[in-house]
Write a protein that binds this ligand. Structure first.
Ligand SMILES: [Ca+2]
Ligand SMILES: [Ca+2]
Length: 326
């Protein structure tokens, strides 16, 4: 290889090393942001445990954050946010487990906003997942920007952040791919029941949170307001374990189809008969507001239901969830 050619090759490849960056902000070519209305979302978080933290971790006299209404936590993005405070967290649950599929499997929404064409006010959070609610595994997060402390009034470049919720502005979800955790022990990436969002402590100092390379993650701080920290909007599910039902009893697979089903439309049973089931509402009350014909059910109400199936000899029972949409 000639010297000249080597120099040219170096010049051609150098920018890749000097400016190795992650995906850009929503609306920019190459972004991985997913708009809230996208039809890739098949479900949204339905339950939560909230653990709010300080308005300012360095001055706890201000107390904890208060902004947001808890009713807005579940359901679709865009119905309000709830602030987590410095290092605060929220753990979400879902109608069905999330499973690994092709590409991203769920997305997290926050309420960041653009401050100019290239920068946005962003508040970041780590994302962890769990199958059993005990062992949580964190997505490997990276920060590659400057160490000049961002504050409550400074925009940030989305290209500096990876695997951190809040990378994208309001109405755009940050995607997460369970495939990246396939070598983790103690979780089943095809059966994720919990997603935990943990505010990045933004200080670029010993109080702050670090990425997988040991670098402080630059996130606006201090933000000593009732709305400090990550402002959680929603978690949208892209792949879920549906058609659920596949619990075995005495070698028989029970299914209901379709699931989710539609109000007033027939639902077919297979593997069991009407005489083997009891239907409960999600609060456990018995539910009987449905019609039936041979092996088909027609629900007169929408909602989340639990179907209890007794095996023929009454020795074992299976339970599964059925969703009936309006
Ligand atoms: Ca995936
Ligand atoms: Ca923060």
């Amino acid at each position: 290889m000639s010297f000249k050619f080597r120099v040219l090759l170096f010049l051609a490849t150098a920018p890749l090393f000097l400016w190795a960056q992650f995906a850009p902000q929503a609306g920019v070519l190459g972004t991985t942001a997913i708009v809230a209305d996208s039809n890739v979302f098949v479900n949204w978080a339905s339950g939560y445990t909230l653990n709010r933290s300080w308005q300012n971790m360095a001055d706890t006299s201000l107390g904890k954050v208060t902004t947001g209404e808890e009713w807005s936590i579940t359901g679709k993005a865009g119905n309000g946010v709830i602030s987590l405070g410095d290092g605060g967290s929220i753990t979400l649950t879902f109608p069905f487990p999330i499973r690994n599929g092709q590409g991203p499997d769920f997305a997290v929404f926050e309420n960041g906003f653009k401050v100019n064409d290239s920068l946005a006010f962003l508040e970041l959070a780590f994302v962890e997942v769990s199958t059993n609610g005990q062992r949580f595994v964190r997505f490997p997060a990276s920060y590659i920007g400057s160490n000049i402390q961002l504050d409550a009034f400074t925009g940030a470049d989305a290209r500096n952040y990876h695997n951190l919720a809040g990378k994208y502005i309001f109405n755009y979800g940050t995607p997460f791919n369970l495939e990246e955790l396939k070598d983790s022990t103690g979780i089943d990436i095809y059966n994720i029941n919990f997603v935990r969002i943990i505010d990045v402590k933004g200080a670029v100092s010993e109080l702050g949170s670090k990425d997988i390379n040991g670098n402080y993650i630059n996130d606006p701080w201090p933000t000593p307001f009732p709305s400090a920290g990550f402002d959680f909007d929603a978690v949208g599910v892209i792949y879920q374990k549906d058609g659920l039902a596949l619990q075995e009893t005495n070698g028989t697979e029970f299914t209901v189809y379709p699931n989710p089903a539609k109000l007033g439309s027939p639902i077919s049973l297979s593997g069991f008969g009407l005489n083997q089931i009891k239907i409960h509402k999600s609060n456990g009350e018995t539910f009987d507001d449905f019609q039936h014909q041979s092996e088909q059910l027609i629900f007169n109400q929408s909602g989340l239901f639990i179907i209890e199936v007794s095996s023929n000899n009454e020795k074992s029972k299976s339970f599964f969830k059925l969703i009936v949409t309006p």
